[in-house]
Ligand binder design. Structure first.
Ligand SMILES: C[S@@+](CC[C@H](N)C(=O)[O-])C[C@H]1O[C@@H](n2cnc3c(N)ncnc32)[C@H](O)[C@@H]1O
Length: 261
């Protein structure tokens, strides 16, 4: 691979002369405490968010339909962006430097798409964005009831010790919020390389009355193959697991519809 040339504080030129942020300039501790306040400012409700500032393609009535919870360095968003060019996707990431990296990465890709011939068409990246937010605390501040069609929990922090299990991103209380923001028929995608966490997420989702399991084959038959491929392989954690030849455990669930009597 050609040597990359450093040009700005955080950016280097890639092989096509485009500018990309470099992860090494966004170093941060591996974990942020989801119970601390983090001095973050949140919208009071989703209608208070100026979505057009996040998504230049958004009309005043367009809202995010995909949410990547704990998006890390943004691999899933970047990978899905050209596949669903009209779908708005928001990543939520608690770590300040990591969310800044995703923001810079998206900005750089938008500039590259606007200036190079090759990256035109569907790869405009104006349909993806990120907020620095604690998804365990303020999800309904960003997403209205039944507004999402997909939620992603990819390689979430495992919080191995039992006294830390309350910090896991799947729990009965949080599932009630996920069921609130997900529309009936919407899908929750979970994947991890930690078997114990996989069993934990699966058992909590199975026990929750508003979700039912949906297997990988059914999802592929229904046309969700490209999403599943990205779930397995597009994220930085997923790639790390592949390099280490680890296992990946997938579990997907559908938000069911309650029939009113
Ligand atoms: C192990 S990483 C996985 C990142 C990404 N999904 C991937 O597959 O590469 C988990 C990410 O979730 C973020 N995170 C943990 N708790 C969070 C919370 N309550 N709200 C938002 N992000 C959170 C962490 O900062 C971290 O970047």
């Amino acid at each position: 691979m050609a040597k990359r040339k450093r040009v700005g504080e955080n950016f280097e030129k890639d092989d096509n002369n485009g500018l990309l942020p470099q992860k090494k300039h966004y170093r941060q501790r591996a974990h942020a405490n989801p119970f601390s306040d983090h001095s973050l400012i949140y919208p009071c409700h989703p209608e208070q968010v100026d979505w057009t500032s996040h998504f230049p393609i958004a009309g005043t009535d367009k809202r995010p339909a995909f949410a990547d919870i704990g998006c890390g360095f943004g691999g899933l968003l970047i990978s899905l962006a050209p596949l669903f060019p009209d779908t708005l996707m928001l990543g939520l990431e608690i770590r300040v430097q990591v969310s800044q990296y995703v923001l810079d990465r998206i900005s750089a890709l938008r500039v590259a798409a606007a200036t190079t011939q090759a990256a035109s068409g569907n790869a405009h990246y104006r349909n993806v964005s990120v907020v620095r937010a604690n998804a365990m605390k303020f999800l309904p501040n960003y997403f209205a009831k039944h507004s999402l069609s997909a939620m992603f929990f990819l390689f979430p922090d495992p919080h191995f010790k039992s006294r830390k299990h309350k910090a896991r991103i799947i729990s009965p209380t949080l599932l009630a919020e996920y069921a609130y923001v997900l529309r009936p028929g919407g899908i929750i995608y979970t994947i991890t390389d930690v078997k114990d966490l996989h069993e934990w997420m699966k058992s909590h989702l199975e026990a929750f009355p508003l979700f039912e399991p949906i297997d990988e084959e059914t999802l592929r038959v229904q046309g969700n193959g490209p999403i599943l491929d990205a779930v397995y392989s597009s994220t930085e954690e997923g790639k790390k697991v592949e390099r280490n030849e680890g296992d990946k455990w997938l579990a997907c669930f559908k938000r069911i519809e309650i029939q009113k009597k």
